[in-house]
Design a protein around this ligand. Structure first.
Ligand code: GDP
Length: 193
C-alpha cells in the first residue's frame, strides 16, 4: 500500500457522531494499552499520527483516520481499564456495541491482544460480542518482540484456546520493533479495497 495521505478526520464520543458510511473502515478493537495507536503509526509509517501512551486508558473516543482519501482506520476506545468511572466505561462499551450492531458501512475488524498474556475476561467478552454480531475479526497478537520465540509459540496456543479460535481463524503476529506482521496486515486489507 502506498500511503499518499493520512490524517485524523474526527474523534467521536457517540455513535451518532460517526462520519458518513461511505468508505471502507478498518476497525481496531482491543483493551487499553494493547498497542492500537502503535499499530496505526506502524502501518502508516508515521511516528505519532495516533498518540501512543504508556499510560493506559487515554483514548476515549472512536478516532477516525482517513487514508488516501479512500478508506478509514478507526481506533476504537480501549476497554478494560480500571481507573475510569462506571459511566465512562458504559460510554466506551456503548460506542463499540452500537458500532457492531448498527454501523452500515463496509468494515473489517482487527482484534488486538497482547501476545504476552492470556486474554482477560474483558477480552473474551469483547471477542464474543464481535462474533455474536456475525463479524469474524482478524486476531492480531501485539508486542511479539517482548517475549522469546519459544514463549510466543506457547502463548499463541494459549490465546487461541482461550478465545476458542479454530484453524480457519486468521491470526497475525505483530511487532512494531521487529517490524513483524505489517505486510500481512496490508495484504489482508488490500483484498478488500
Ligand atoms: P493503545 O492504548 O492500544 O493505543 O496502546 P499504545 O499504542 O499507546 O501502546 C502502549 C504501549 O505499548 C506504548 O508504550 C507502546 O510504545 C508500547 N508498544 C506498542 N506496540 C509495541 C510493540 O510492538 N513492541 C514494543 N516493545 N512495545 C510496543
Amino acid at each position: 500500500m502506498i500511503i499518499r495521505s493520512a490524517e485524523i478526520l474526527t474523534s467521536a464520543a457517540k455513535f451518532n457522531q460517526l462520519p458518513p458510511e461511505d468508505k471502507l473502515e478498518i476497525v481496531l478493537i482491543g483493551k487499553s494499552n494493547v498497542g492500537k495507536s502503535s499499530f496505526i503509526n506502524n502501518l502508516l509509517n508515521r511516528k505519532s499520527l495516533a498518540r501512543t501512551s504508556s499510560v493506559p486508558g487515554k483514548t476515549r473516543t472512536a478516532n477516525y483516520y482517513i487514508i488516501n482519501n479512500e478508506f478509514y482506520i478507526v481506533d476504537m476506545p480501549g476497554y478494560g481499564y480500571a481507573k475510569v468511572s462506571k459511566s465512562e466505561k458504559a460510554t466506551f462499551s456503548n460506542i463499540i456495541t452500537d458500532y457492531l450492531k448498527k454501523r452500515n458501512a463496509d468494515f473489517i475488524v482487527f482484534f488486538l491482544v497482547d501476545i504476552r498474556h492470556k486474554p482477560s475476561e474483558n477480552d473474551i467478552k469483547m471477542y464474543n460480542e464481535i462474533l455474536d454480531n456475525d463479524i469474524y475479526p482478524v486476531v492480531v497478537l501485539t508486542k511479539a518482540d517482548k517475549i522469546s520465540k519459544n514463549k510466543r509459540k506457547q502463548n499463541i496456543d494459549l490465546i487461541k484456546k482461550t478465545l476458542g479460535l479454530d484453524e480457519d481463524d486468521k491470526v497475525i503476529i505483530f511487532s512494531t520493533e521487529e517490524k513483524l506482521g505489517r505486510d500481512e496486515v496490508w495484504d489482508f486489507i488490500e483484498g478488500f479495497i
